[in-house]
Design a protein around this ligand. Structure first.
Ligand code: DHB
Ligand code: FE
Length: 286
């Protein structure tokens, strides 16, 4: 393989995703979970596992295979990937029960903070020969009452046309297809980028081995990731998908929602256009 070719291995993606998660965890406050709740959550989790063991009569060889596999997930650093694909969607749905405004969905393992701030009409940082159809993504950020939110931030990140994320695959410049777009005085933005490809979770690591062993597929539909924030408002973490794309109905990460699927308009110059307006919920004032 030549040095310029991209070969994202599970070990690259896993190690980098683990590092990104550790850095994010260091910025967050520690979870305030009481001893009572810890006791209850652990008991219920173990009971759910015992139930499977009893009702499925899980054997010693099956138990040893699981142990070996769990060790590999840790060794390769795939815990963030595995948990974000198979668990995060249920955590997000619980959070969503008390949220108004734009629908959220999972963050996934590939967010990186600290990207360049870009004006409201902008092009995401990309390589001079970036592959893929051009996509012009526009819209407005508003309060729940319809007030335009000027100076709101759209923190955008996405895969390239090969399905790889900068920072998590070799040979992609740092910050490629990532940026913090700041809305104009009318809360609007127009971002030129490329249409991302469907994303395949790494198949050469333990998560991929598990998926193959179960006969599942490893695909997510093409998507843009966004965190949208404005002062005095709750930050929304979401993803936008594209109508007619593959895997919309069988996302391996179970993170699609109908109102997050965008219509794509083909323009005369061959590019695509898509729009979405975000609504942010005010945070209660103390
Ligand atoms: C994973 C990757 C994604 O791009 C995403 O949105 C969710 C999960 C993953 O590989 O775990
Ligand atoms: Fe993603």
């Amino acid at each position: 393989m030549s040095a310029t070719q991209t070969s994202a291995s599970a070990a690259d993606a896993g190690a980098n995703a683990s590092e990104a998660f550790r850095a994010a965890a260091a910025r967050r406050a520690a979870a305030a979970t009481s001893q009572e709740r810890t006791d209850r959550l652990l008991r219920r989790t173990l009971e759910a596992i015992y139930d499977v063991i009893r009702t499925e009569e899980v054997s010693y060889p099956e138990f040893q295979a699981v142990k070996r596999w769990l060790m590999q997930v840790g060794e390769v650093g795939e815990w963030p990937l595995l948990l974000d694909v198979f668990v995060e969607h249920e955590i997000e749905k619980v959070a969503a029960k008390t949220q108004r405004g734009t629908t959220g969905t999972i963050e996934g393992p590939y967010y990186l903070p600290g990207q360049y701030r870009l004006p409201a009409a902008t092009t995401l940082p990309m390589r001079p020969d970036e592959k893929g159809a051009r996509l012009v993504f526009s819209g407005q950020v508003r309060d729940l009452d319809g007030t335009a939110l000027a100076g709101a931030e759209l923190d955008v990140w996405q895969a390239d046309a090969d399905g790889y994320y900068s920072g998590f695959a070799p040979n992609i410049p740092p910050g490629n297809l990532r940026g913090v777009v700041v809305t104009d005085a009318d809360g609007r933005f127009v971002v030129t980028t490329i249409k991302p490809a469907p994303y395949r979770i790494p198949t050469d690591g333990p998560t991929g081995a598990m998926i193959a062993a179960a006969g599942w597929h490893p695909w997510r539909p093409a998507h843009l990731h966004l965190m949208v924030r404005a002062e005095g408002h709750r930050q929304v973490t979401t993803q936008l998908y594209f109508d007619g794309g593959d895997w919309l109905d069988s996302d391996v990460a179970s993170a699609t929602k109908d109102d997050l699927v965008l219509a794509l308009r083909r323009q005369d110059d061959g590019s695509y256009a898509a729009s979405y307006d975000f609504e942010l919920e005010p945070v209660a004032k103390p």
